[in-house]
Every structure is written in structure tokens, then in C-alpha cells.
Design a binder for this molecule. Structure first.
Ligand code: ZN
Length: 131
């Protein structure tokens, strides 16, 4: 289990090294790792961690799913945009492990997406399965 703290309403956190730590602790050399966020207003994705690109994603999410657009869920919890943005991105990724290392491409990073922060205790489950 990985626990992280976020400091903004929308924030993208590179968790690649934290996931690699979990893989190393497992002792598994070859297999898969499942990375799953346990929250309904966060997401997990694999992509490039370049700052401009991550800003572009935030801008896109705001255009696609603006805040306060008359959503039904806002009548009870005022964060419908956070849930809807999370649904678009997805809540888990599966990664290959080769020789004890996450087998990522050159530019690939594992990115946790906070969509209703800041929060002090976001939990991400990592399950490592031997081949
Ligand atoms: Zn809600």
C-alpha cells in the first residue's frame, strides 16, 4: 500500500519510484504489478511526466468536464466534476515486471491524478503477482 498527501484540488503525482519500491519489496523478478487507487475522485494512468503535457491534461479536463455545470451529484456532494474526470481516466493500471524492475518505456511514468484535493491520506494498492 502506498499513501500520499496532495496539496491542490487537481494535482498529478509521479508515483513510479514508490511503485518500484513495492515491487522490490515483493521479491518478484518476473510478473505483473496491479496499481489501483482506492478513491472515487482520483485516477491512475501511465504517460509522460513532462510538466507542459500535464498542464495540457488539466486544461483538457476542465474543458471537457467543467465545474458546477448542473450535475445531479453536486446537490449532495459538490464534486461531480472530480468523479466524472476520474471515470474518464480510470482507476488502475497493470504493469509488466522484468528482472525485478517495472518494464516501462523510456518516457513512461506511473501518474496518480488527484481530482478533489488537497487530501492527507490517499491510498494506492499495489499487488505484485509472480509469473
Ligand atoms: Zn462525491
Amino acid at each position: 500500500m502506498i499513501e500520499i498527501r496532495t496539496s491542490k484540488r487537481t494535482e498529478i503525482v509521479d508515483i513510479t519510484s514508490l511503485v518500484q519500491n513495492e515491487v522490490s519489496k515483493s521479491g518478484v523478478s518476473n510478473g505483473i504489478a496491479v496499481v489501483f487507487t482506492r478513491h472515487t475522485t482520483t485516477a491512475i494512468m501511465v504517460n509522460e511526466g513532462e510538466k507542459g503535457l500535464l498542464d495540457d491534461l488539466e486544461d483538457l479536463l476542465c474543458r471537457l468536464i467543467p465545474r458546477d455545470a448542473g450535475y445531479k451529484h453536486d446537490y449532495i456532494d459538490n464534486n461531480a466534476d472530480s468523479h466524472l474526470r476520474a471515470m474518464l481516466i480510470g482507476n488502475s493500471v497493470v504493469l509488466p515486471i522484468t528482472n525485478g524492475e517495472l518494464d516501462l518505456g523510456t518516457w513512461q511514468r506511473i501518474l496518480f491524478v488527484e481530482l478533489d484535493g488537497p487530501r492527507s491520506n490517499r491510498r494506492i494498492a499495489v499487488k505484485v503477482i509472480r509469473e
